[in-house]
Design a protein around this ligand. Structure first.
Ligand code: NA7
Length: 543
């Protein structure tokens, strides 16, 4: 067990062992792990008024996770795994939030969380080897370890459209949804954006709205989720073998217990390929992507077969051929952007009260008090929903004034793109550890699996530091550079560089283009992290 810090220093500043920023999946488990396993004096700061992170903020209609529910959970406590009952194939936002509240209660995690408190600055004091952390409520604390559990998609992107401030109706961003919901009944609604949040919310909003206009910049490939309720018998069967299932997920590509497929899309006959796609389409979800052919993600010709299959499905589902053509993605291959799964997304465009507006060719020019004007028309609206995504991965770091050794600002170091060894730590910023930071599999994986791996790894490193009297751990700049080069090289072998996506920062004007997550798979990544730890934290300078 670590030696406890004194609680108050001579300047009156509270002294902590660890500060964790955020109380979503990452922050809750980090809190548990450092506080209850290592016995550290931990403080968690959370901007929201309760736990949940992503699932606290994203309450838009239809919000749901794309991982199947039985794998979208913690595995650190076997009783917790056995006792929780999910109700559907994919967990819906309210249910995930209930789960995270249950976890917080069950492990008494709230007692050292400061809610409604945003960390604004963290400065490293080299003399003391401590971080001075400041919040928007005026709190200042000193801590040995600083762990960011700030999420990858927590800074909303509201486009800077002239006139938005003059809009007389209501407008919302999907990632900051009102807690008591929005009543769309009979209203003229505009949804801007057709990523995951748009694709999930559009079918639900369409059922309530008087009329819905969808403002689409980029047409999307999406796979039917085939969502359904799950019964106790199904979950009981899973639970008999839960440890093995999750162990398989930990060593898989995407943190899901899907066996790697050996088959190439180019080695089967056209009939066989079609049959496999049809079967995967009928099954729905990510199985289409990861369970049909291994080379969809890496070989353009193989990918073309999947892209073309999905295009044919869009044309089959959408009755108006002109609308169908607008919905057919042609400018990027399938899975070069985040693969989406949906419930009746394309079917929604067969409704009389839904109109697709092409803002790729005729962009939005302004918002007036009455609605949205594009280059080819005016759309009067009562409510605008921005499903326009996030300043992903680096955005959450950039809004904190993080300064490391020599007063170096993290945002300056990352001005041309993020740089972090294993996505966990960045040279010049000792004892600052990032959960699912840039350069780790994070958003390309089933998040809880990646989060648990990071939390366990960081906990072990901190325990190692305490046991060996190490005051500082930070990456060796060469090791970090090699890792970043490896992240780039791996991404170069995928489809990911072939689209303008938030993975690359392309959705935010002026953001440097850098592929941010690690596309080598969670199993390979875990192996590398284990090797680094076994070699005495190779690539870290321990002082
Ligand atoms: P995404 O996936 O970033 O989608 C945002 C959508 O909004 C996408 O269709 C964008 O078009 C569109 N967009 C973004 N900025 C604009 C502007 N300025 N004008 C018009 N349209 C715009 O965000 P989501 O919230 O849907 O999903 C984020 C992740 O959450 C998701 O991938 C899952 O991991 C969970 P574009 O494609 O950039 O042309």
């Amino acid at each position: 067990m670590a030696q406890r810090s004194e609680t108050i220093d001579e300047t009156g500043i509270e002294q902590l062992d660890a500060v964790v920023i955020g109380a979503g999946f990452s922050g809750l488990y980090m809190n548990y792990s450092l506080r209850d396993r290592l016995g550290l004096d931990v403080r968690v700061y959370e901007a929201g008024d309760d736990v949940g992170g992503t699932w606290y903020w994203n309450r838009y209609p239809g919000a749901r996770c794309d991982s199947e529910s039985y794998i979208y959970c913690f595995t650190f406590d076997k009783d917790l795994m056995q006792e929780w009952e999910w109700s559907g194939k994919y967990p819906e936002q309210p249910e995930i939030l209930r789960y995270l509240n249950h976890v917080a209660d069950r492990f008494d995690l709230r007692r050292n969380i400061r809610f409604g408190t945003r960390v604004t600055a963290a400065h490293y004091d080299e003399g003391a080897d401590r971080w001075l952390v400041e919040t928007d409520t005026g709190e200042r604390v000193s801590t040995r370890y600083l762990v960011t559990a700030i999420g990858c998609l927590s800074v909303g992107n509201v486009p800077n459209i002239p006139g938005l401030e003059t809009f007389a109706g209501e407008w919302y961003h999907t990632g900051a949804w009102p807690h008591d919901g929005v009543d769309f009944t009979g209203k003229r609604v505009g949804v801007v954006g057709t990523g995951s949040s748009g694709v999930q919310s559009i079918p639900v909003i369409a059922k309530q709205a008087g009329h819905l206009w969808v403002f689409q910049r980029t047409a999307q490939y999406t796979i039917p989720a085939r969502h359904h309720t799950v019964d106790k018998a199904f979950l009981d069967e899973i639970k008999k073998d839960y440890d093995a299932i999750m162990e398989k997920a930990r060593w898989s590509y995407g943190g899901m217990p899907i066996s790697p497929i050996e088959r190439s899309a180019l080695e089967v006959s056209d009939e066989e390929r079609l049959e496999i796609y049809e079967k995967a389409w009928a099954e729905g979800g990510f199985a289409f992507f990861r369970g049909s052919f291994y080379d969809i993600a890496t070989d353009r010709r193989a990918n073309d077969t999947a892209s073309e299959f999905i295009r044919s499905k869009i044309r089959e589902v959408v009755k108006d051929p002109e609308v169908a053509e607008k919905l057919v993605p042609v400018d990027h291959p399938f899975a070069s952007k985040r693969p989406l799964i949906d419930t009746e997304y394309f079917e929604t465009y067969n409704r009389d009260n839904v109109t697709l507006v092409d803002i790729r060719h005729w962009p939005i020019t302004e918002i007036t008090p009455e609605g949205i004007r594009t280059e080819d028309g005016f759309y009067p609206l009562d409510i605008i929903v921005f499903a326009t995504g996030f300043d992903a991965m680096t955005g959450p770091f950039n809004r904190i004034d993080v300064r490391g050794r020599g007063g170096q600002k993290l945002r300056d170091k990352w001005a041309h793109g993020p740089s972090a060894y294993l996505g966990i730590a960045s040279a010049g910023f000792p004892n600052l550890f990032m959960i699912t930071g840039p350069g780790s599999p994070s958003v390309l994986s089933n998040m809880p699996v990646s989060i648990e791996q990071h939390v366990d790894w960081i906990t072990d490193l901190i325990a190692h530091m305490d046991a060996h009297g190490v005051r500082r751990a930070e990456p060796d700049p060469d090791a970090e550079e090699d890792w970043v080069a490896h992240v780039d090289a791996v991404a170069g072998k995928t489809m990911y560089l072939l689209a303008d996506s938030w993975y690359l920062g392309a959705n935010i004007p002026g953001k440097p283009r850098r592929f941010m997550p690690y596309a080598g798979g969670v199993g390979n990544y875990r192996k590398r992290c284990d090797e680094v730890a076994a070699a005495g934290y190779e690539g870290f300078v321990l002082t």
